[in-house]
Design a protein around this ligand. Structure first.
Ligand SMILES: [Zn+2]
Ligand SMILES: [Zn+2]
Length: 215
């Protein structure tokens, strides 16, 4: 505290540094649960166990958004780049092996073989499996979300500060990557209220299992 100002200094910690425990929604039964992860040089080992329905996910089983896309040559004019693609927010029951494409040059329509690509552009999803975060709340300015208690505490410290400083080279930090609206002084109280709601929701969740979970 200085001159009545509450200071916040960006320590440069990236979002990934908070990713060892992520509160998520079970994709099968919608109960809240935890993804537990461990950084083993040089990759994550992560697992999800639902305490309600027993649903399990192991490292590498992406359950979030994906896109099926591909291209082929036109069956009529020979134009090389007839593309097709479709996005799904979770794994489809029957994954497509081909989708209909349309030739930009001659209008021919036909089947295009497609392959799956993981989509990581969703903000409020866990980085390991792509599951929806349990700790997210919509405000009129945007969605506020957090992985866990520690992440929530960092956001609360940031929201409480009236004087925000950046350390050197913190371009990849949690705070430098935060949406602009969260950094605006006029949204400070809005952000704080959202974080209080998330804290209450967190307090109602079961504890995160420790890594390694013997189950
Ligand atoms: Zn479940
Ligand atoms: Zn064509």
């Amino acid at each position: 505290m200085q001159n009545g100002q509450l200071r916040h200094r960006d320590d440069g910690r990236p979002l990934a540094a908070y990713a060892e425990q992520v509160a998520v929604i079970c994709p099968r039964c919608a109960a809240p649960g935890w993804v537990a992860a461990h950084w083993q040089p040089y990759q994550w080992q992560a697992r999800f166990r639902c305490g309600s329905c027993g649903h399990r996910l192991e490292q590498g089983q992406w359950a979030g958004a994906r896109e099926y896309r591909g291209h082929r040559a036109c069956g009529h004019c020979g134009y090389k780049w007839v593309g097709a693609g479709k996005r799904f927010e979770s794994a489809p029951a029957v994954p497509p092996v081909e989708l209909e494409g349309c030739c930009q040059r001659c209008g021919w329509r036909g089947p295009v073989p497609v392959e799956v690509h993981i989509v990581r552009d969703g903000a409020a999803v866990d980085p390991h499996f792509g599951l929806a975060l349990a700790l997210q709340v919509d405000t009129r300015a945007g969605t506020v979300w957090a992985y866990n208690r520690e992440h929530l505490r960092s956001l609360a410290d940031f929201a409480a500060a009236t004087l925000r400083e950046r350390g050197p080279s913190v371009n990849r930090s949690l705070f430098s990557r935060m949406p602009t609206w969260m950094k605006l002084a006029r949204h400070r109280v809005l952000l704080q209220r959202a974080l209080v709601r998330l804290q209450a929701r967190l307090d109602g969740l079961p504890a995160c299992p420790a890594w390694p979970d013997p189950a």
